[in-house]
Design a protein. Structure first.
Length: 279
């Protein structure tokens, strides 16, 4: 029994003498690596949270990705410190990553496009946008999709790869917008009177910008009317109210000044047959 114990302790001592330093070095690297991961993770999280271009979900994702990358590097360093070859591990890890990437092409594409959306910011939460023909107010911008609510209160979730491959119109991006209205009047109308009536109406509306200056001119000879074009600028938040108010008030001021607004008419001629004509 004593001989067995001596053999065991001898083997243990030989192992410690041969590999003890290596193990101690690996443990030190592990402890130091964990501390480095914690510091890096905290620094990345703090920096991403402070950035105005990154929302909370993106900040959390970036922090997790950075921590994962650092942990993988730590594992490779530890295996190398223990004396094992890391070439096989790197090859296996690369193969696994490639397989996962091939199986999740669409998901990874949406993820990548989500990161692009977060940093390029073609729109933000609260903007009214049109994405590939779907219009609504942006509610959430996530890493994989964008959620918008349409004007009839429908929730639409659009994958980020679809968002970036579509034409995006942001109606809320600019502080002011231009509207255009066509005002048809009769050919018998007094052009100067039409211009003075409509321009007086436009100038009385404080919501309409003075610069750029309003435009109201005769722009086309229509088939049954003289067509005037009105172009004015207003704050984006007032756009639709100003437009609808102008349409109603222009109709009223033209009627008050006896300026006719023509409309399409059709004359129908009845042709009698020969028998009916003789009767």
């Amino acid at each position: 029994m004593k001989e067995v114990w001596n053999q065991f302790t001898g083997a243990l001592w030989s192992f410690f003498v041969g590999y003890g330093l290596t193990i101690m070095r690996a443990l030190a690297i592990f402890v130091l690596g964990v501390l480095v991961v914690a510091v890096v993770r905290k620094a990345v999280k703090r920096s991403s949270m402070k950035s105005r271009k990154i929302d909370n979900s993106a900040a959390a994702f970036i922090t997790s990705v950075v921590a994962l990358v650092v942990y993988v590097l730590l594992a490779v360093i530890l295996i190398g410190a223990l004396g094992f070859s890391t070439a096989g591990l790197v090859s296996a890890f690369s193969a696994v990553v490639l397989a996962i990437g091939l199986g999740m092409q669409n998901t990874l594409s949406s993820l990548t496009n989500g990161i692009v959306l977060i940093f390029t910011k073609p729109f933000k939460a609260g903007d009214f946008v049109d994405i590939g023909g779907t219009s609504g107010t942006v509610k959430e911008i996530k890493l994989f999709s964008v959620k918008i609510v349409t004007t009839d209160n429908l929730t639409v979730v659009i994958p980020n790869n679809t968002v970036l491959s579509s034409v995006i119109i942001n109606y809320s991006k600019m502080p002011i917008r231009r509207m255009e209205l066509v005002v048809p009047v009769s050919y018998d109308s007094d052009i100067d009177k039409v211009k003075s009536c409509v321009m007086a109406l436009v100038e009385s509306d404080e919501r309409i910008c003075k610069e750029p200056a309003p435009f109201f001119r005769l722009t086309e000879y229509g088939s049954s009317s003289l067509d005037f074009t009105l172009r004015v600028w207003a704050n984006t938040s007032d756009f639709w109210n100003v437009k609808f108010d102008l349409m109603e008030r222009i109709l009223g001021v033209l009627r008050d000044n006896n300026i006719e607004i023509p409309y399409d008419q059709m004359e129908v001629h009845l042709v009698k047959s020969g028998k009916e004509a003789n009767e």
